[in-house]
Design a protein around this ligand. Structure first.
Ligand code: APR
Length: 170
């Protein structure tokens, strides 16, 4: 069974190789977890993000972590939920896969994700959680070099959906 954990916490405080940022396509910061990561990392993060010239939804780009306890930040713009008929589910799958590919390419053994797209982007948690856990598990089966992936949930309601999705995987 791939090593996936679901925890309650603040992703900006996790001392892991990489944390994932639920960004927007500009990569120039925002609210939610994006705002929290930029606040904790300090202004150098935005300075490096400016050099990246944005990122497509479902793709990912990597920067240093600066003042964060994490070594890297992997930025991925998740899909905005428009009812499910616009490829949102495949785009969310692509976010998780793209981030893990970048993590593996950069020698990251521990990776923490927030619940991508389920805040401001309104992706329903009952759909997002199984997509996230299923995509992560499939990737880890092919990439044992990534030792552990955690979903870092910011509230109990979110965590319950990921706990259930992981249970259903076993
Ligand atoms: N640690 C972990 N999770 C967090 C934190 C934190 N410090 N802060 C917020 N979250 C959680 C939210 O509670 C939610 O469960 O991250 C999840 C994703 O919510 P958002 O941050 O709103 O991200 P998303 O829905 O992907 O929307 C992205 O919001 O902040 C802007 O610039 C961002 O435009 C982009 C959009």
């Amino acid at each position: 069974m791939p090593n996936i954990e679901i925890i309650l916490g603040d992703i900006t405080r996790q001392a892991v190789d990489a944390i994932v940022n639920a960004a927007n396509c500009s990569l120039l910061g925002g609210g939610g977890v994006d705002g929290a990561i930029h606040r904790a990392a300090g202004p150098e993060l935005l300075a490096e993000c400016r050099t990246l010239h944005g990122c497509e939804t479902g793709k990912a780009k990597i920067t240093k972590g600066y003042r964060l306890p994490a070594k890297y930040v992997i930025h991925t713009p998740g899909p905005v939920w428009h009812g499910g008929g616009y490829g949102e589910e495949e785009l969310l799958r692509s976010c998780y896969r793209s981030c893990l590919e970048l993590a593996a390419e950069n020698g990251c053994e521990t990776v923490d994700f927030p619940s991508i797209s389920t805040g401001v982007y309104h992706f329903p948690l009952e759909k997002a959680a199984p997509i996230a856990v299923g995509t992560i598990a499939a990737f880890l089966r092919e990439h044992p070099e990534i030792r552990r992936v955690r979903m870092v949930c910011f509230d109990g309601r979110t965590k319950a959906f990921y706990d259930r999705a992981l249970e259903e995987l076993r």
